[in-house]
Design a binder for this molecule. Structure first.
Ligand code: GLU
Length: 446
């Protein structure tokens, strides 16, 4: 493959889509040697084909707010790649959602889902609807309107959405209800469902748990252990919550969490009832973390700042894309941080990753570290198909196995001559192989 030409074409074909270009470029740069060693991929133009989403849907979502005013939003579903299974990926409600966001997330999802080893293709959906401060009725009417259009394009064997930023159990419930109302079917068309109507145990915790299981692999690879480590998390949503629970269980000390308004430094550790309080703050849907410092006066709140300036051993970005830039990475390294576990999708900028790798920091990309969420969605789909439910222990065991396997694959394809594990390269190659080989097997069909 001609890397220079592919990147030039990518930039020309996707004007004003910096996120998609960033995500795709990273993959191209890390798989180039592998692809050139295996000429079959060029013969079947796999790289060119994987760069093009199979389908991009954009639709209008109109709804009536509590004051009676008509609101208009945009809805999206990017069906990126179906080679190894039905499209699978979350739905994001966030004011910054646009086609670029959806395309980069769907692209990442294809590689991530492949890494899980479960039969799931890649997709992503969402809307520029901003849930902050919206009433329950407004959220429900929005979800119903959104699903009225989306249901034309999804189904348990074609495309199975789930949650993401701004979409939790409540929103999944509203969307499921509308799908069921229109189609007259109670099927596994969404994951992240409520436990008594088809959901899976451990799904809420899975992204955070999975990321910490992955971190355990990173520590083990360096003959290190988790107990006593100081950890900074960003965000205070579902992902940070799951990570905080697992970190506490394993004896690490979470000292930071963050919100759009700033970050909390709590030297007493964020554990126990404080993790429960995080969920209460989230449930207010005001998107502010400052009240934490009022409730726990020993904690300090740094308005408008990011947690990467704190002294920690491990940083776990759990919020949103490009939340950790080169300057942040420099501060982390200067303070002795040894591990960065990207748990948000593309949470670090490209130059932050280059810097961390140049300092031989152990860095895990989101598509590997956060794959536990969608993996457990895959397990939810299996349970739905069998019309059975597994216990907590069964799901958790499978999740652990999947995360260990992803770690092993990263080591297999990403270990460099000096022994440094380039997890970005390892994840991209391992994720690519399964999708690419399936595409070859299936002929020129996308
Ligand atoms: N939104 C999550 C992700 O980025 C989960 C997707 C899913 O469960 O389908 O992987």
């Amino acid at each position: 493959m001609d890397l220079k030409k592919l990147i030039a074409d990518l930039e020309e074909k996707n004007p004003a889509q910096p996120l998609y270009i960033q995500a795709a470029k990273e993959v191209l740069e890390t798989i180039v040697d592998f692809v050139n060693e295996n000429p079959k991929y060029d013969k079947y133009a796999i790289v060119e084909r994987i760069l093009e989403p199979e389908r991009i849907l954009q639709f209008k979502v109109t709804w009536v707010d509590d004051s009676g005013k008509i609101q208009v939003n945009r809805g999206y579903r990017v069906q990126h790649n179906m080679a190894i299974g039905p499209y699978k990926g979350g739905i994001r409600f966030h004011k910054n959602v646009n086609q670029d966001t959806m395309k980069f997330l769907a692209f990442e999802q294809t590689f991530k889902n492949s890494l899980t080893t479960l039969p799931m293709g890649g997709g992503k959906g969402g809307s520029d609807f901003d849930p902050t401060g919206k009433s329950e009725g407004e959220v429900m009417r929005f979800c119903q309107s959104f699903m009225t259009e989306l249901q034309k394009h999804i189904g348990p064997e074609t495309d199975v959405p789930a949650g993401d930023i701004g979409v939790g159990a409540r929103e999944v419930g509203f969307m499921f209800g509308q799908y069921k109302r229109i189609r007259g079917e109670h099927v596994g068309v969404l994951t992240g469902k409520g436990l008594n109507w088809g959901g899976s145990l451990i799904r809420p915790e899975a992204t955070g748990f999975g990321s910490i299981y992955f971190l355990q692999g990173m520590l083990k690879a360096k003959n290190d252990t988790i107990a006593g480590k100081r950890v900074a998390l960003s965000g205070f949503g579902n992902v940070a919550w799951g990570a905080a629970l697992k970190l506490e269980e394993l004896g690490a000390k979470v000292v930071c969490i963050s919100g759009p308004d700033g970050y909390i430094l709590d030297e007493d550790g964020i554990a126990g009832e404080k993790i429960v309080y995080m969920t209460e703050l989230l449930a207010t849907r005001n998107n502010v973390l400052a009240p934490y410092a009022t409730k726990y006066p020993n904690a300090k709140f740094f308005a408008g700042k990011k947690p990467w300036e704190a002294k920690v051993d491990i940083a776990v970005p759990c919020a949103i894309q490009n939340e950790l830039n080169k300057e942040d990475a420099e501060k982390l390294v200067a303070n002795g941080c040894q591990y960065v576990v990207e748990t948000s999708n593309m949470g670090c900028t490209a130059d932050a990753i280059t810097f961390l790798q140049s300092k031989k920091i152990s860095f895990a990309p989101g598509k590997a570290a956060n794959a536990g969420g969608v993996a457990t969605s895959g397990l939810e789909m299996s349970q739905n198909s069998m019309k059975l439910s597994w216990t907590c222990e069964e799901v958790d065991e499978k999740l652990k196995g999947i995360m260990n396997n992803i770690h092993d694959n990263c080591v297999k394809y990403g270990t460099e001559k000096d022994g440094y594990i380039n997890y970005v390269k390892g994840a991209n190659i391992a994720g690519f192989i399964k999708v690419a080989d399936a595409m070859i097997d299936q002929g020129v069909a996308y």
